[in-house]
Design a protein around this ligand. Sequence first.
Ligand code: NDP
Length: 237
Amino acid sequence: MAEQSRVVLVTGGSKGIGRTIAESFRDAGYSVAATYRSGGVPDGVLGVVCDITDQGQVDQAFETIEAELGPVEIVVANAGVTKDTLLMRMSDEDWNTVIDTNLTGTFRVVRRASRAMMRARFGRVILISSVVGLLGSAGQINYASSKSALVGMARSLARELGSRNVTANVIAPGFIETDMTAVLDEATISDYTKRIPAGRLGSVDDVAQAALFLAGDHAGYISGAVLPVDGGLGMGH
Ligand code: NDP
């Protein structure tokens, strides 16, 4: 099958990085589905309502996509949340919400996606982690823990499914301008910018281009990799 006609699922396609990833795959000619909880998805993308903390909704989303577009061949697990606060103030709820969304939610999605990928003997799993998963971040113990765990998940997937022509890789974005980072104050943003060798914050398009690359047929021998898209912020990973 021509790579550009493959079926792609992007979780969290309503805004930010996920929305731009969905648009970029659509513009490249892929058949794209994206999940959303609120808002909607870009034109030309199949929108499926799905909260990834609910396995029933994940299963239903896959059934809809399979009926409308066919089996998912490329999954970009992008949906994620933050609930930042210092360790001593972090409640069980702050911890559980972030782990249940970023880590267990991703697990629910890739577990469901792996079935058809194994059958097709083709698959691309792309997990959106974060530079802080490996760098650490004060006030983000829940978030950093969830994001570093995605590296173990991708590498285990790469080992389990590699012989079926399924690759699993991680993108570790740095500081990308979206709603998630819009809540940060000027001083924090300026402090980050000084530490980024590229001297600028990243754009959603910077991340989308990396996802397109990893999804392509020419990336078939790249698996278990962590690809930083961070202007050099996390060098030494
Ligand atoms: P946004 O807050 O702009 O978007 C988050 C997306 O995730 C939304 O589409 C949201 O859907 C979806 N989402 C959240 N919770 C759930 C859930 N339970 N079920 C389904 N969808 C959910 O964030 P970004 O675009 O900035 O971030 C996207 C990913 O990139 C995240 O995983 C984030 O951790 C990661 N990242 C972001 C960085 C940044 O600097 N912005 C840096 C490094 C990593 P809805 O709005 O419909 O609820």
